[in-house]
Write a protein that binds this ligand. Structure first.
Ligand SMILES: Cc1ncc(COP(=O)(O)O)c(C=O)c1O
Length: 322
C-alpha cells in the first residue's frame, strides 16, 4: 500500500496509550486507555486537536472557537491546549451558567476560556452562525479558527489513525474482532473505521450512540470517514459492513445516566480501579458488557476508554446514590 502522508500535526498527547488486560464478571478483555492521553487534556479529543490546532497555527489564528455540551470534554481539552499554545479560546456551550462551576466547566475557567451558554435550539444552529462570529472577530483585528463539535472534522479524525496503529499489532496477533467506542459526534468511530481499512486489519467498529439516533449516527460516521480518506487520497475502500451502531444505551438522555449503569460503573471501579464517565464511557461500557462480556470467559472485542472523567464531578450525587 502507498505510504500514508498525514498533514502536519502538533505533539500534545501522551502517546502511545497502553492497552491493558482486565477481568470483569468472569470475562477477560483488553481495554485501550485513551483516557491516559494527558491530564488536563485527557481523553480522545486531544488526538484530534493535534491536527486541528496545527492547522489553526498554520492559519495564524489568534482565537480558537469551538462548542459542545455544558460538560464537553472536547471544549475543556481545547481550552487547556489553547492555554498551552498561547491562543485565546471561545466556547459555545449548550447549558446554563452555573454559580459554582464543577468538572469541565471549572477547568474551562481555570484555563481562561471565554464561555457563552446557549439553549439547545441555538446550539443546533452554531455551525450556521460561525461565519458571522468569525467576521466580528475580524473586525476587531483577530483571526478566529472554528473547530466543529467534538473536533470531528475530516482533519480532526485523522487523530484516530494513530490510536489504531498503536494497537494494530495486538489486534492482529490476538485476532481481536472488534473495538467498542462511545460515539458522540462520530469522529472517533470514523477514524477507527478508516484506520481499519488503511492498515488492513479486519476489525469491526461498534459505536455506542449517546447523542444522535442510530441512522443519523451511521450517516455521520461514514461521511466523516469518507471525507478524511479524501484528504489522504489513498486507494482503499471503507467497508460499511465493518460499522455497527449499538443502539438503545442512552435512553435516559445524553446528559443523564440510569441507576443500572451507575451500578455497573461502581462495580467496575471497585474491582479494577478504572473510572468511567456518565455521558460516554459509562454508557458504552454498559453496552459492551451486555453485548460482549455476559457469560463469556473472554471477549475478543476490545473496549476503547475515551476519557471524560471530569464529567463525573457534576454527577457525584447520582454516583453515590444520594
Ligand atoms: C469521553 C468521550 N468519549 C467519547 C466521545 C465521543 O467521541 P466522538 O465525538 O468522536 O464520537 C466524547 C466526545 O464526544 C468524549 O468526550
Amino acid at each position: 500500500m502507498k505510504e500514508i502522508n498525514l498533514p502536519q500535526r502538533l505533539t500534545l498527547a501522551n502517546t502511545p496509550t497502553p492497552v491493558q488486560r482486565y477481568e470483569f464478571e468472569g470475562a477477560q478483555f483488553f481495554m485501550k486507555r485513551d483516557d491516559m492521553t494527558g491530564m488536563e487534556t485527557s481523553g480522545n479529543k486531544i488526538r484530534k486537536l493535534e491536527f486541528l490546532l496545527a492547522d489553526a497555527i498554520r492559519k495564524r489564528a489568534d482565537v480558537v472557537i469551538t462548542c459542545g455540551g455544558e460538560q464537553s470534554n472536547h471544549a475543556r481539552a481545547t481550552a487547556a491546549a489553547c492555554a498551552m499554545l498561547g491562543l485565546q479560546c471561545k466556547l459555545y456551550l449548550w447549558g446554563e451558567k452555573r454559580a459554582n462551576p464543577v468538572g469541565n466547566l471549572f477547568l474551562n475557567e481555570m484555563f481562561g476560556a471565554e464561555m457563552e451558554f446557549v439553549n439547545k435550539k441555538d446550539y443546533l444552529l452554531i455551525d450556521e452562525k460561525i461565519p458571522a462570529i468569525i467576521a466580528k472577530y475580524k473586525a476587531k483585528g483577530l483571526n478566529a479558527y472554528y473547530i466543529p463539535e467534538g473536533g470531528s472534522s475530516p482533519l480532526g479524525i485523522l487523530g484516530y489513525l494513530e490510536s489504531f496503529s498503536e494497537c494494530a499489532y495486538l489486534l492482529r496477533k490476538d485476532k481481536i474482532k472488534g473495538i467498542v467506542t462511545a460515539a458522540g459526534s462520530g469522529g472517533t468511530a470514523a477514524g477507527l473505521l478508516l484506520a481499519s481499512a488503511l492498515f488492513n486489519v479486519p476489525v469491526k467498529v461498534f459505536a455506542v450512540n449517546v447523542l444522535y439516533p442510530k441512522e443519523v449516527m451511521i450517516d455521520k460516521i461514514l461521511a466523516l470517514a469518507e471525507s478524511a480518506l479524501a484528504i489522504l487520497n489513498l486507494p482503499v475502500n471503507i467497508d460499511t459492513a465493518k460499522l455497527e451502531v449499538l443502539d438503545g444505551y442512552s435512553e435516559e438522555g445524553y446528559k443523564a445516566i440510569s441507576p443500572a449503569k451507575i451500578q455497573v460503573i461502581k462495580k467496575f471501579a471497585r474491582e479494577t480501579g478504572v473510572l468511567l464517565d456518565p455521558v460516554y464511557t459509562g454508557k458504552a461500557f454498559y453496552a459492551y458488557k451486555e453485548q460482549f462480556l455476559k457469560g463469556k470467559k473472554s471477549s475478543n472485542i476490545m473496549f476503547l476508554h475515551t476519557g471524560g472523567l471530569y464529567g463525573v464531578f457534576p454527577k457525584v450525587k447520582e454516583y453515590l446514590g444520594k
